[in-house]
Design a binder for this molecule. Structure first.
Ligand code: NDP
Length: 295
């Protein structure tokens, strides 16, 4: 069998950012609306600093306003909540993202609950999670949103396909399962208590791995011709160098799958592009103007 097609997330993300930039230009010209994204970073985690820098850079490139709010690692929960409340009240800010993970002394749930659900561009607030589950409009977490876009571009109609999501976190696994259900897939959610995980994975036409374990999903877990989406971002030491690998053993899976996302360059870039899309959506909703992107 031929090697799997690579789903080029970086190229898809670039195309989406170009669509977003055009839509931002239209909103600015027709409505005087400049969507604004605020990113709150607490502490100096190096990986988080990179993520925040990229988010701010891409927001600016798309013609949006951005605000980089930094708090020291020893900031209290009250201080972080107060920063969020100030952004809630700021009419120039339409989207608020608090970069995770937060330092130990801060309860992420309390901080997320403080974000105005209309500005919750990560889609983590209980209000948005509930809306997603109920099939009502709201802000949807960026990673699964980007994955649906990649799947539609790669497969087309997803109706009737067997989808297996490995992982059930609130930010990836659970919303991913709900979105696949919305596409009329038959969805199985696997986790650390799943019996015979390999066999469950082998049923999948669409296999989404969101586990956080380097190369856990092996080639012989993949149904021939399946579409494999690797969400994992794991830093591992190989031959004295730090390398990024996914949750899927890429070379093995590529030999069996029909299509596969690489790490890096797959799901990650789409996550950031969808964050910008959510900011645009939030800005349109707050201003009462039509949001024109099909997402
Ligand atoms: P979490 O740690 O919150 O969740 C991991 C999930 O995997 C849990 O549901 C857990 O099950 C399950 N799990 C753990 N071990 C096993 C196992 N041996 N067999 C089956 N299931 C298992 O992780 P996240 O969802 O936040 O992230 C997952 C990965 O995706 C990470 O590598 C993260 O870095 C990456 N990520 C990438 C993003 C991107 O933009 N590309 C965005 C967000 C995350 P249980 O619930 O039973 O404990």
């Amino acid at each position: 069998m031929a090697e799997a097609k690579i789903i080029d997330g970086a190229a898809h993300a670039k195309a989406l950012r170009a669509e977003l930039a055009a839509e931002v230009a239209r909103l600015r010209a027709e409505h005087g609306l400049k969507p604004g994204l605020a990113v709150v970073l607490v502490g100096e985690d190096p990986a988080s600093q990179v993520y925040v820098r990229n988010k701010v850079r891409f927001a600016n490139e798309a013609g949006m306003a951005s605000r980089d709010v930094r708090l020291p690692a020893e900031a209290s929960e009250e201080e972080v909540v107060a920063a969020v409340r100030r952004l809630n009240a700021d009419p120039d800010i339409h989207g608020i993202l608090v970069q995770m993970p937060l330092p130990r002394q801060i309860d992420a749930g309390v901080v997320i609950a403080a974000i105005d659900p209309a500005k919750d561009v990560d889609g983590f607030h209980d209000m948005n999670a509930g809306r997603l589950l109920a099939g009502r409009p709201g802000l949807v977490p960026c990673t699964p949103l980007g994955i649906i876009r990649l799947l539609r571009a790669s497969i087309g109609n997803l109706a009737g396909l067997e989808a297996v999501v490995v992982g059930r976190s609130n930010i990836v696994g659970k919303p991913m399962a709900v979105l696949l259900l919305r596409e009329d897939c038959t969805v199985t959610v696997a986790h650390s208590h799943t019996r015979d995980l390999e066999e469950v994975c082998r049923r999948a036409d669409i296999l989404v791995a969101a586990v956080g374990r380097p190369e856990m999903v092996r080639g012989d877990w993949v149904k021939p011709g399946a579409t494999v989406i690797d969400v994992g971002i794991n830093r591992v030491e190989r031959e004295g160098k730090t390398k990024l690998v996914g949750d899927v053993a890429f070379a093995e899976a590529r030999a069996v799958a029909g299509a596969i996302t690489p790490v890096p360059g797959g799901v990650g870039p789409m996550t950031i592009a969808c964050l910008l899309a959510n900011t645009l959506r939030a800005a349109c909703a707050q201003r009462g103007v039509e949001f024109r992107l099909p997402l």
